[in-house]
Design a protein around this ligand. Structure first.
Ligand code: XUL
Length: 513
């Protein structure tokens, strides 16, 4: 049976997952390994994968760290007991929005990589910028405003690209580079996202982007899945000739270059276009048709799901990206997730068991109390002045406050995801707080959907491995995605958490409030 390799080059680590898949019933994960950049490659000087800066708004990482990590991970794979002769295709996911800048020698350097020398010692000479701005950067507000105004306003940008001009997106980052380092921009021949940069290293030539990751740049037209000329022109001169092509997701774009075949005795496996981590996670947690939504309950809470049509969030806080299935995905992120749950828990002197008990004994609907926990400025809805907002009668017991908080969070997530126009009968929940059944019960009651818990530890890398398999086994897409991912993205518990109809009716009323 063939093997498929998926990487996930995230902010803090590189993960590799190998699956066995032949489109039949026998399938599964046969290898998984992660390396944490700060620990394995400390000489790059990163903290949590990011280079320390004086200006807190600036977030950059060294691309050579990702290059070296790929080399180390391939060595690990080659040293494993896996029969890598069976490796048929490779793809990957990467943190979205980060941009990598390469010079005119880069095409030759990628083509001529010498298998006797480490990758990073050769690729350094291909960069026109030593650092890559990443998704945590928030230093481009002025450039976002310039670009938005020049294309005809935020609504125009939103309507075409799926997001308003967004600080962490690659387009505004590119404009900042062009305006602040014009000579270095001039010396730049190709601008990659982290995903297409990594794919280029594997294929030994400049790789294209897929529409999912390209939609996180404020440069691609969602309808046509092509670069949107007005945005290119207003972002930086000569940008069209510096961007990679866009090809459909799960497309084979070449074969593993001589460097990898000679250095690690790997076969000439197909290299499949890489994508962003969120789109790959969508596949990795089984969200392959409209009607299933995902909720990731972590430091921040994220609501995401497939959409057949590219509907956009006119309020400007949600994003629409492409999905690897060829559809679209909506994503809404609330910053005050576990952060707020932890604050309320500590304020009432509760441990997590106590927090769960409080949720259990509290009354559904909290007797009309609603708590909006904006301890930090909030992205969804946009709240610039932080502070907790309370409505209804004052809390008498800790459980009043705990329930009002979790209900407020879940109602807010539902309300601010309505723009996706997706009615979900099923929610796949992931993230640390998804191990708490009482929180998931509130989610089920508020949404009216059945909630399944999924283990998403390696979901992006798994999604990428599934895309690699898809490109090799079923490039025409004859097998339904549901069937293609079954056996991989399966719920942890056999039975879901079901909504209570009476409580759901109550929340429908409260949502109006
Ligand atoms: C999504 C986003 C992050 C990065 C992190 O818009 O900025 O989720 O993809 O990896």
């Amino acid at each position: 049976m063939p093997f498929y390799l998926g990487f996930d080059c995230s902010t803090q680590s590189l993960t590799a997952v190998v699956i066995a898949h032949d489109a039949g019933r026998e399938r599964g994960i046969v290898f998984a390994s992660s390396l944490v950049f700060d620990e394995t490659l400390p000489h790059h000087g990163t903290r949590s994968g990011v280079l320390p800066q004086d200006d807190p708004a600036v977030a950059v990482s060294p691309p050579l760290m990702w290059v070296e990590a790929l080399d180390v991970m391939m060595e690990r794979l080659a040293g494993s007991r896996l029969d890598l002769g069976r490796l048929a295709a490779i793809s990957g996911a990467a943190q979205q929005h980060g941009s990598v800048y390469l010079n005119r020698s880069s095409a030759g350097i990628l083509r001529e990589l010498d298998a006797s020398r480490p990758l990073a010692s050769q690729v350094g000479a291909a960069l026109s910028r030593e650092v890559a701005p990443i998704w945590m950067d928030s230093s481009t507000a002025a450039y976002c405003a310039e670009i938005a105004e020049a294309v005809g306003g935020d609504d125009e940008m939103l309507g075409h690209t799926g997001s308003r001009a967004t600080e962490r997106f690659a387009g505004p980052q590119i404009r900042k580079f062009f305006r602040e380092s014009p000579a270095a921009y001039e010396a730049t021949a190709v601008i990659h996202l982290v995903s297409s940069f990594c794919a280029s290293l594997l294929a030994g030539r400049h790789a294209p982007l897929d529409p999912c990751d390209a939609s996180g740049m404020n440069l691609m037209d969602l309808e046509t899945r092509r670069w949107w000329p007005p945005a290119l022109d207003r972002t930086a001169p000569g940008l069209a000739s510096r961007l990679p092509a866009i090809v459909p997701s799960c497309t084979a774009i070449g074969t593993l270059s001589r460097y990898w075949r000679e250095r690690y005795r790997l076969p000439p496996a197909k290299v499949v276009v890489w994508s962003g981590d969120n789109p790959c996670s969508l596949v990795g947690v089984g969200l392959v048709r409209e009607g299933i939504l995902g909720v990731s309950l972590g430091t921040s809470d994220t609501f995401f799901g497939p959409m057949r049509e590219p509907r956009v969030d006119r309020s400007g806080s949600g994003h629409v990206f492409g999905a690897p299935t060829g559809d679209f995905m909506g994503l809404t992120c609330a910053r005050n997730g576990s952060l707020a749950r932890d604050r309320v828990r500590r304020e009432h002197g509760l441990d997590w068991d106590g927090f769960s008990r409080a949720l259990e004994i509290g009354v559904g609907g909290s007797k009309g109390r609603i708590l909006l926990p904006w301890y930090e400025p909030e992205t969804t809805p946009r709240v610039l002045t932080p502070g907790v907002r309370r409505f209804g009668p004052p809390a008498e017991q800790p459980e009043d406050e705990v329930r009002a908080l979790v209900e407020g969070q879940m109602m807010s997530l539902m309300l601010h995801s309505q723009w996706m126009g997706v009615s979900a009968d099923r929610i796949h929940a992931t993230g640390g707080a998804a191990s708490n059944p009482q929180i998931l019960q509130v989610l089920a009651d508020v949404s009216g959907a059945e909630v399944y818990r999924l283990d998403a530890a390696h979901s992006a890398a798994l999604g990428a491995a599934l895309c690699a398999a898809r490109a090799d086994l079923d490039p025409e897409g004859r097998i339904g995605w549901d069937e293609f991912v079954s056996g991989f993205a399966e719920p942890v518990d056999a039975s879901p958490i079901r909504p209570d109809p009476a409580r759901h009716a109550l929340y429908e009323e409260l949502l109006k409030v």
